[in-house]
Design a binder for this molecule. Structure first.
Ligand code: NAD
Length: 260
């Protein structure tokens, strides 16, 4: 067990990539916190993990709400005794050309990805410093932390921004043994991507099959989607890594779509 008794808060973990990370972390012995918008959905995921023999708790947390983030992290510290790992993963996608992009949509997306990353980082770093046992902060970036695509201006902007935040956290956190890294997945079949396929098909005037073949997987080495398991394995590796040698980095998991 690579994460025995580590307390890991995973935002947006009632679904998709975050949920798989929570399942994998629990298998590796971590006490996982399912932090998501809906307490009901978070509780259902936590119950699945508990029924499989893991340790999990659910917290209702809108990552853009300062008070909810601070209260949620305090609840975790009270129940599990500290925080060792934060996976800042909650995210959404909104597709539109810049000329048609609604300002409120720009603000909504960047708030979840960037304000959410900042607020959860601040609360968890405070808990990690107080706990005096270091920690690992992992941001869910994207190939879009390094590459751009049309129709995704706020997403690409926010995912690039996470690289900067991780580097600052790496520098500020080092003295307290806090590491920060970014995982950059290619396309993964989750609700976030399944919603985009018909939207992109409409926006680009091509079939859904062509969105997958000629847009999403075009630059991979083998035409394959990345899986939630691929991302979860990378998240285990980063959280279990024992020293500050691996900090301020991004790791791309994308079937070669982006090569650093
Ligand atoms: P998903 O839609 O399956 O899950 C996202 C989760 O985030 C949901 O449970 C949702 O309720 C939660 N969430 C949304 N807004 C929130 C908020 N304000 N506060 C708390 N939780 C909130 O999506 P996913 O594909 O698993 O995406 C997870 C992360 O991975 C996102 O940051 C996304 O940008 C990133 N990512 C996804 C892909 C992909 O292809 N699916 C690729 C690269 C990066």
């Amino acid at each position: 067990m690579q994460l025995k008794d580590k307390v890991a808060i995973i935002t947006g973990s009632a679904s998709g990539i975050g949920k798989e990370i929570a399942i994998e972390y629990a298998r590796e012995g971590a006490k996982v916190v399912i932090a998501d918008l809906s307490l009901e959905a978070a509780t259902a995921t936590a119950a699945e993990i508990t029924q499989s023999g893991g340790t999990a708790m659910a917290v209702a947390m809108n990552v853009t709400d300062e008070a909810q983030v601070d209260a949620g992290v305090a609840q975790v510290v009270a129940q599990f005794g500290g925080v060792d790992v934060l996976i800042s993963n909650a995210g959404i996608q909104i597709i539109s050309a810049i000329v048609d992009f609604k300002f409120e949509d720009w603000r909504k997306l960047t708030a979840i990805h960037l304000d959410g990353a900042f607020l959860t980082t601040r609360a968890c770093m405070r808990a990690m410093v107080a706990g005096k046992r270091g920690g690992s902060i992992i941001y869910m970036g994207s190939v879009h932390s390094h590459e751009a695509s049309p129709l995704k201006a706020p997403y690409v902007t926010a995912k690039h921004g996470l690289l900067g935040l991780a580097k600052v956290v790496a520098k500020e956190g080092a003295k307290d043994g806090i590491r920060a890294n970014v995982i950059c997945p290619g396309f993964v079949r989750t609700p976030l991507v399944d919603k985009q396929i018909p939207e992109q098909s409409k926006a680009l005037g091509i079939s859904e099959a062509d969105v997958i073949r000629t847009v999403m997987l075009k630059d991979t080495v083998d035409g394959e989607f990345t899986t939630v398991q691929d991302v979860a394995q990378t998240a285990v590796f980063l959280a279990a890594f024992p020293t500050n040698a691996l900090t301020g980095q991004s790791i791309t998991v994308s079937h070669g779509w982006h090569m650093q």
